[in-house]
Design a protein around this ligand. Structure first.
Ligand code: SF4
Length: 222
C-alpha cells in the first residue's frame, strides 16, 4: 500500500470526526441489537436508488413483520410492497427479496451464504451487494464499490478506472487489507458530506494537496 492511501484514509477519518455526518443505512443496521447478515442483504437491495432514511425505515418495518428468511419467503407480495414503499422500485424489489428469502430458506437452511461466489448466484445480487454482506454482515474484508467509492477514488487519483468492478480490483491492490472493512462506510459518509457528486466542498477538504481533481480544477486556473 502506498503512503498516500494511508494518509487519505486517516484524513477522511479526521474530517468525519469533525463534521460528524449521519450514519449510513447499512452502518445503522450493523449497530442494531438484532443485526444479522440477512438484514444487511435485504437492506442493501432496498437501498438501491433510495435515501438512507427511507431505507432504514423500510428495513425496520419489514423485519418487524417478517423476522427471518422463512417468514419473508411466505409473505404476500402486495403486503411486502406496501411495507417497503416508498423505496425506489418497490414492486421489483419486493419480488427479488421474496425470491431471495425462498432460496436462502430452502437451499441454505435459512443462513445467508458467506462466500462471494454463492452470494452472486442470488437474484438481484451484484458485486456491490455481495461485498456489503461480507463487510457489514460478516465483518469479512471486502471492498463494496458504490457510486461514492468509485467517484472519490478516481477524483483523488487512487485509481483511474471506468467502472466499479475495475475500481474494486485496483483498490484491492493498493489498499492494505486492514482498511477494507471500513472503506465503504468512510467514503460514503465523506461523499455525502464533503466530496459530493456535483459540488465537492474542496475548499474545506483536508485532501486538497493529494487530490488529482483539485489540482486539475483549481490549481491550473491560477
Ligand atoms: S479536494 Fe475536493 S474533489 Fe478532492 S477529495 Fe477533497 S472534496 Fe473531493
Amino acid at each position: 500500500m502506498n503512503k498516500n492511501s494511508e494518509m487519505i484514509i486517516e484524513r477522511i477519518k479526521l474530517m468525519l470526526e469533525l463534521r460528524k455526518p449521519k450514519d449510513t443505512a447499512l452502518s445503522e443496521i450493523k449497530k442494531q441489537e438484532n443485526w444479522e447478515p440477512f438484514k444487511v442483504l435485504i437492506g442493501t437491495i432496498l437501498s438501491h436508488r433510495t435515501k438512507d432514511e427511507v431505507t432504514s425505515l423500510a428495513v425496520e418495518r419489514l423485519f418487524k413483520k417478517y423476522r427471518n428468511p422463512k417468514e419473508l419467503s411466505k409473505a404476500k407480495a402486495d403486503e411486502v410492497a406496501q411495507i417497503i414503499k416508498p423505496v425506489g422500485f418497490y414492486n421489483q424489489k419486493t419480488k427479488s427479496i421474496i425470491k431471495i428469502a425462498k432460496i436462502i430458506n430452502e437451499k441454505y437452511n435459512g443462513k445467508v451464504p458467506r462466500s462471494l461466489d454463492e452470494l452472486l448466484t442470488l437474484p438481484s445480487v451484484g458485486r456491490k451487494t455481495a461485498n456489503c454482506v461480507l463487510v457489514y454482515g460478516y465483518n469479512e474484508p471486502a471492498i463494496p464499490v458504490d457510486t461514492h467509492v468509485h467517484r472519490i477514488s478516481n477524483r483523488l487519483g487512487l485509481v483511474k478506472t471506468k467502472d466499479p468492478y475495475e475500481t474494486e480490483r485496483e483498490l484491492a491492490k493498493k489498499l492494505d487489507k486492514k482498511y477494507w472493512i471500513e472503506i465503504n462506510e468512510l467514503f460514503v459518509r465523506f461523499g455525502k458530506s464533503i466530496c459530493k457528486p456535483l459540488k465537492p466542498s474542496c475548499q474545506i477538504c483536508l485532501l486538497k494537496e493529494l487530490c488529482d481533481y483539485y489540482k486539475a480544477n483549481y490549481i491550473k486556473e491560477r
